[in-house]
Write a protein that binds this ligand. Structure first.
Ligand SMILES: [Zn+2]
Length: 347
C-alpha cells in the first residue's frame, strides 16, 4: 500500500486548514500556488509524507534520441507486471491542446482575456465565477467543448495496450482535468485525476457535497469575447451557479470527494503490483505533484521510472530512463523498439 495522502488534500492556495481525505483530520499547510493545468510557481508542501521532501539528486538524462535509451525503456516495459502512467500538462500538447505555460502562451490561446488583462491564475479561480460568471464560463465552456471534441494522440492507445499485456494492468495518475485518458478508452475506474475533472460540476458556494456529470451542459461560447452565450449550469439543490469540479487557484470550495475516492481505488490497485513501471509524461518540476507521485511509487513499491519530458528529462538513478522528447514521439519510438509482439491494433 502506498503510504501517502491524495494531492487534493494539500494542493491549495495560501495558508489554511484543509481536510485530509485519507485520515479525515485537519492539516496546516503553507502553499503559494494552486495547480490546475499550467504548473508554475514555487514548490508547495510535499503531499506524500513518507517520501523525502527534497527530491533526490538527479543524474544526467540519457541522450535525447539515443537508441539505447529507447531500448532501455522498452526493456523496462518488458519486465514490468504493472504500468503506472503519470501524466502532466505536456501529455495533451501532442493532441493539439493549447499550452498555457507563461502569460503570453496563455493569451495566445485566449486573446480575449489578453484584452481583459486577465491571466490564467485570475480566470481559473472561484472568484472569477463570482465576479464575472459569463467570462469564467466562457473560458471553461470553451475548454469543455474543446476537450470533448479532441482526439487523444496515438501515444494514449500505446500505453493502454502495453498495460493490457501486463498481469496487473494499468493505472493512471494525472494532473490534467481534460478527461483525455477516459476519452482514449482507459477504464475510468483506474484513473486518478488529482486536480479534478472539467467533465464534472459542483455548486459554486458550495451548498452541498454533490458532484455531477457535465454531460447535460452544452456550452455556446462567443470565442472572440470569451463569453458564454447560453445559460450557465446551475446547482440542482440551491439553483445557484455551478462550476467545474476542478481545483482552481485560490480555491477554498473545491469538493475533493470524487478525486479522493479515485485515489483510494488507485492505492488498492497498486498494492497488487510487484514490478511496477512508472511512465511519466510531460510533468514539470515547478509544481511537481505528478513527479512526487512518480518518485513515491518507485521508492515505495520498488518500481522503475521512464521519464518523458523534452525539457526536464533527468531521472533519480541510472536504472531509470530519461527521454528528452515529446510524449507522442517518445512512445512511438519505444513502440518501434518493442516490435510487433507489443504492437496494438490500429496504432
Ligand atoms: Zn448549491
Amino acid at each position: 500500500m502506498l503510504d501517502f495522502a491524495p494531492l487534493g488534500a494539500v494542493a491549495q492556495l495560501g495558508e489554511r486548514r484543509v481536510r485530509n481525505a485519507k485520515v479525515g483530520s485537519s492539516i496546516l499547510l503553507r502553499s503559494t500556488k494552486t495547480p490546475e493545468r499550467t504548473e508554475t510557481g514555487p514548490r508547495g508542501p510535499f503531499p506524500f509524507p513518507a517520501f523525502p521532501a527534497k527530491e533526490p539528486a538527479l543524474t544526467d538524462a540519457r541522450p535525447p534520441e539515443h537508441e539505447a535509451a529507447l531500448q532501455a525503456a522498452a526493456d523496462l516495459i518488458g519486465q514490468a507486471d504493472a504500468l503506472v502512467v503519470a501524466a502532466g500538462a505536456g501529455m495533451g500538447i501532442d493532441s493539439g491542446l493549447p499550452d498555457f505555460r507563461g502569460r503570453e502562451g496563455f493569451w495566445r490561446a485566449y486573446p480575449a482575456l489578453r484584452a481583459s488583462g486577465l491571466d490564467f491564475h485570475e480566470i481559473a479561480s472561484p472568484q472569477a465565477f463570482r465576479d464575472t460568471p459569463g467570462l469564467a464560463w466562457g473560458f471553461y465552456g470553451h475548454r469543455l467543448a474543446l476537450y470533448r471534441r479532441t482526439r487523444p494522440h496515438a501515444g494514449f492507445a500505446l500505453l493502454r495496450h502495453w498495460g493490457s499485456l501486463m498481469q496487473q494492468g494499468c493505472v493512471v495518475f494525472t494532473s490534467n482535468v481534460d478527461g483525455q485518458f477516459q476519452q482514449a478508452g482507459f477504464d475510468a475506474d483506474r484513473v486518478h485525476e488529482c486536480h479534478g475533472s472539467i467533465h464534472h460540476l459542483q455548486c459554486l458556494q458550495p451548498c452541498c457535497d454533490d458532484i455531477w456529470e457535465a454531460g447535460a451542459f452544452v456550452p455556446e461560447v462567443d470565442e472572440q469575447h470569451c463569453r458564454l452565450l447560453n445559460a450557465p449550469p446551475t446547482c440542482p439543490r440551491c439553483g445557484g451557479l455551478a462550476r467545474p469540479n476542478i481545483l482552481m487557484f485560490g480555491d477554498d470550495g473545491w469538493l475533493e470527494r470524487r478525486s479522493a475516492a479515485q485515489w483510494a481505488q488507485l492505492q488498492r490497485q497498486l498494492s497488487q503490483a510487484r514490478r511496477p513501471l512508472v511512465i511519466e509524461l510531460g510533468a514539470g518540476t515547478a509544481i511537481p505533484s505528478v513527479r512526487h507521485f512518480s518518485h513515491a511509487a518507485v521508492h515505495q513499491l520498488g518500481g522503475r521510472l521512464v521519464r518523458i519530458n523534452p525539457d526536464e528529462p533527468a531521472v533519480p538513478t541510472t536504472r531509470d530512463v530519461g527521454l528528452a522528447m515529446g510524449a507522442s514521439q517518445a512512445l512511438a519510438g519505444i513502440a518501434r523498439v518493442l516490435g510487433p509482439q507489443w504492437a496494438a491494433a490500429g496504432t
